[in-house]
Design a protein around this ligand. Structure first.
Ligand code: KG4
Ligand code: ZN
Length: 391
């Protein structure tokens, strides 16, 4: 089979990204223009600002991805773009540009689900990553994929039929996504946006056993039926493994109030907002032991819950391989805990490299490859699907 070079475009949230990937696995170029600085003052992504920033960045980002790949518009084989889920206005910028390119260049256009992109990020490139990748070993199905990011916490059981992948959702968050909890807790503690990376780095400086969270704070009272004490889907009768992260955020808020942490938080918020490029030392200089312990305990609780439910699901569904992906999969403690616990269960676990865990376009080009082979091309009138589900 000749090599296929796919140009991927991703604009579902706050990163404008473009990449060229060879035959679904080899990263040829990967450009990500982050909007963090634009959204930071608001403590979260502002949809209108995101669309405006995508409009500014899309042309230079795509040009840079092609130039770094030593490709031209003519030499690529197909154009892949994120259809959803995501912010409608943000998605439309990438989709409109991809359609225009495909039309003008007479190249196939492939629409990709962002969540499928996160899953296929695991398959990407070995040469650039020193972290454990699948390499050339045969992938065993069914694959259980935990997609854990700022907008999503989903468990998918993935199977493969010829080249095409199909997915069954066997669990998701009932309220906040895990990354959203990281972001909200960081905001609450005056640590800025996004919360995940800073909590990840600060956690090693605190005692993760210092603050105990009641299990009810991360276990949503189940509203669906139970069978032998296990949650089951009302429709299929299969076990479900749902998550809930809004309770722990409320528990942290209560902890802040009862431990009189408000003044220290406001002082920290002000101090950190005056530093242009924040380093770990700046955060540490502005965090007392009580805050570091709280942050470490919060991270431990989230990690334990994600690992426990995912491994229980892997057992219940007899999955042969585990993928852990999405922005939160960049978390060091999450990776270490999954590696340790999955090994005990004899389950091979794979992650994308840390840069490919968060949003990027290489994952979109990778997920497009099986569709390219199957000639599953998108019609010119397809549109953004903000609430798109993965099947
Ligand atoms: O996948 P992503 O870039 O965007 C979405 O699809 O949502 O994920 C972004 C999320 C944010 O909530 C961010 O705080 C979180 O991933 N994140 C992390 C880490 N790096 C990013 N969470 C925990 N630890 C990290 N190292
Ligand atoms: Zn994402």
């Amino acid at each position: 089979m000749p090599d296929a070079y796919i140009l991927g475009i991703e604009s579902s949230c706050d990163e404008t990204a473009a990449a060229v990937v060879r035959s679904g696995e080899q990263l040829v170029s990967n450009v990500v223009a982050s909007q963090i600085a634009t959204h930071q003052p608001y403590g979260g992504v502002v949809p209108e600002l995101a669309s405006r920033e995508h409009l500014r960045a899309i042309v230079p980002v795509v040009n840079q991805a092609l130039a770094e790949a030593k490709h031209t518009y003519d030499s690529i084989d197909a154009i892949a773009v994120t259809q959803g889920p995501g912010l409608a206005g943000a998605l439309l910028v990438g989709i409109s540009y991809a359609k225009a390119l495909a039309f003008a260049l007479d190249k196939p256009l492939i629409a990709v689900n962002h969540l499928e992109g996160h899953i296929h990020a695991v398959l990407l490139d070995r040469s650039q990553n020193r972290e454990p990748q699948i390499g050339n070993c045969e992938l065993q199905f069914p694959v259980l994929a935990l997609v854990v990011s700022g907008g999503h916490t989903h468990l998918y059981l993935a199977t493969q039929n010829r080249d095409s992948w199909t997915y069954e959702n066997i669990g998701h968050t009932r309220d906040d996504a895990a990354g959203e909890a990281f972001d909200k807790v960081a905001k609450l503690l005056g640590l800025g946006y996004p919360g995940g990376p800073v909590i990840d780095r600060l956690s090693t400086h605190g005692d993760s056993k210092a603050v105990k969270f009641a299990s009810a704070q991360i276990k949503h009272p189940d509203r669906r039926g139970r069978k032998d004490g296990r949650r089951v889907s009302a429709a299929s009768g299969h076990p479900r493994f749902d998550f809930s992260y809004s309770g722990i955020k409320t528990a942290i808020l209560r902890h802040v109030e009862t431990h009189n942490m408000r003044n220290a938080i406001e002082k920290r918020r002000k101090a950190l907002s005056q530093i242009a490029k924040l380093k770990l030392e700046d955060y540490l200089a502005n965090c007392d032991g009580q805050t570091l312990d709280l942050v470490a305990s919060f991270q431990r609780a989230i990690v334990d819950d994600l690992v426990e439910k995912t491994l229980a699901a892997a057992q219940a569904y007899e999955s042969a391989t585990l993928f852990v992906t999405g922005g939160v999969a960049a978390n060091q403690e999450l990776r270490q805990t999954f590696e340790r616990e999955a090994a005990q269960q004899g389950l091979p676990v794979f992650f994308p490299s840390r840069p490919l865990s968060t949003d990027n376009a290489a994952m979109i080009a990778a997920a497009a490859y099986p569709k390219f082979l199957a000639k599953h091309f998108a019609p010119m009138d397809f549109s953004a699907e903000a609430g798109m589900v993965l099947k």
